[in-house]
Write a protein that binds this ligand. Structure first.
Ligand code: ZN
Length: 462
């Protein structure tokens, strides 16, 4: 489909029919991205105040929460005032779903769910307004990289659920709007050929998806002798997982030296931030308020804190001071691109991307990932910390390349980083299953998850 036709006719009509003001919001964001910091701050204050007044009036969960905290949103003087409210956890959302929604929401409630970082499902609702603001943020940040509304895009994406739901009507709609959805869940050497063929026919301008899946796709394609450097892809947009340097380099090299760009957000928390061509991860300040918190207190620039998000446009089910479980820092410097949108950096992904050592340290799982990645012939892997002193490593290996002492290299490497008291077992598997969402998680620490919930760590040797 011609890009201009999609941009100026099909997409706008589609959005109008389902009641989303995506294009109005996009115009608004186009202007606001160049606004001064004080204008952005004032806008955030007005938006959060309106949201909180609405929540106190129409949403029972928040009405009670405000009463308990002695908080009256109508009396807010500045943006800091609402931070007396407790932070919102996934557990509270699970337990209070009905009381957290606005039943009379114009346009109705759109139901969503996610596997969540702990693997437990989270159900929640959006309204049309939030969908439209997130879509507008996405369109805006795509433009930063020369990709406009209506340009052809491949999604390497999807939970099996979404794919099976994708009936012929949706398939038709995707083709009308120049999108091609390929299931990240089914990525395998047998699927590879069909994916490459479909991409060659489709000629996408950009590719969007989980970095682990795109990286795997690129490695598999190279291994099977496909040349992807002339597909015409101009940018890759990475989302939903931490984008590691080794993935970025591999993806870029495979696709002909193109930009691999990082985006950060989640289905429940929304579109939070995106990389600009000057290299900063800009927060979409008109849509979200982001706090960085440790032990209940805000951290300073350059210090690690949990990312706590208030989405300013989800009136159907407000997430006020929502704890994402991600760890990051903020930067108080100005970006050379000239935008005053605030900057987030060093997003360390889920707090569950850490392991807990027997002497109580939270160690970034990257240190273990590098041990495994260093060994030739490792095709895919998964590290599971079962107890604080027990770690299992699952490996898919190319037997021709994997060294004889591969297992013991891993055991030694892990003991060096975690302490000699840790039992490490290495198991060779034919295939390592992805999560239900179709994502790979390289590291699963049952100890970190339990520690985070305040249940304390378990030991295998007691
Ligand atoms: Zn910038």
């Amino acid at each position: 489909m011609h890009q201009k036709l999609v941009k100026h006719l099909i997409f706008p009509v589609h959005e109008k029919v389902i009641g989303r003001k995506t294009f109005d919001y996009l115009e608004e964001l186009e202007r606001l991205q160049w606004a001064s910091a004080s204008e952005l701050g004032e806008l955030q204050f007005q938006k959060v105040k309106a949201l909180l007044i609405h929540a106190g009036k129409n949403i029972p969960f928040y009405a009670k929460r405000f009463r308990d905290a002695g908080f009256d949103p109508a009396k807010m003087q500045n943006i800091e005032d609402f931070k007396v409210l407790p932070m919102l956890t996934k557990k509270e959302i699970r337990e209070n779903l009905q009381g957290m929604t606005w039943c009379d929401c114009p346009g109705g409630l759109q139901r969503y769910n996610t596997g969540g970082s702990s693997g437990e499902p989270l159900i929640f609702y959006f309204d049309r307004r939030r969908q439209a603001y997130d879509a507008a943020a996405r369109a805006l940040t795509h433009r930063w990289w020369g990709i406009d509304v209506g340009d052809k895009e491949v999604y390497l994406w999807g939970s099996p659920l979404e794919i099976t739901k994708q009936d012929r009507i949706k398939d038709f709609r995707d083709r009308l709007t120049n999108q091609l959805l390929l299931s990240a869940f089914e990525l395998s050497p047998t699927q590879l050929r069909s994916y490459v063929e479909r991409m060659k026919r489709f000629r996408p301008k950009c590719l969007f998806g989980y970095p682990s899946s795109i990286d795997l796709f690129c490695r598999m394609a190279r291994q099977h002798g496909y040349d992807l450097s002339r597909l015409g892809i101009q940018a890759v947009f990475s989302t939903a997982e931490v984008l590691y340097d080794h993935q970025k380099e591999n993806i870029s090299a495979t696709l002909g030296g193109i930009s691999v760009v990082n985006g950060y957000g989640s289905r429940e928390a929304g579109f939070i931030s995106h990389e600009c061509p000057s290299g900063a991860m800009h927060v979409i300040d008109p849509n979200v308020i982001v706090e960085y918190v440790r032990d209940g207190h805000p951290v300073g620039p350059g210090e690690d804190g949990e990312v706590v998000v208030t989405h300013l446009d989800n009136w159907a089910m407000p997430f006020i001071r929502y704890r994402t479980g991600d760890v990051a820092q903020f930067d108080d410097k100005l970006c050379t691109c000239g935008r005053h949108l605030s900057i987030i950096k060093k997003i360390q992904g889920r707090t569950t991307d850490f392991v807990v050592t027997p002497d109580g340290r939270w160690q970034h799982a990257l240190s273990l990932i590098y041990v495994v990645r260093d060994i030739p012939g490792v095709v895919q892997f998964k590290i599971i910390q079962e107890a604080v002193d027990n770690v299992r490593v699952l490996l898919e290996v190319d037997k021709n390349l994997f060294p004889e002492d591969g297992n013991s290299l891993i055991v030694e490497g892990f003991k060096k980083r975690m302490g000699k008291d840790v039992d490490v077992s290495v198991e060779i598997a034919d295939e390592i299953a992805k999560d239900a969402s179709g994502k790979y998680r390289y590291v699963v620490s049952k100890v970190a998850e339990s520690d985070l919930l305040g249940r304390g760590v378990t030991r295998a040797k007691e």
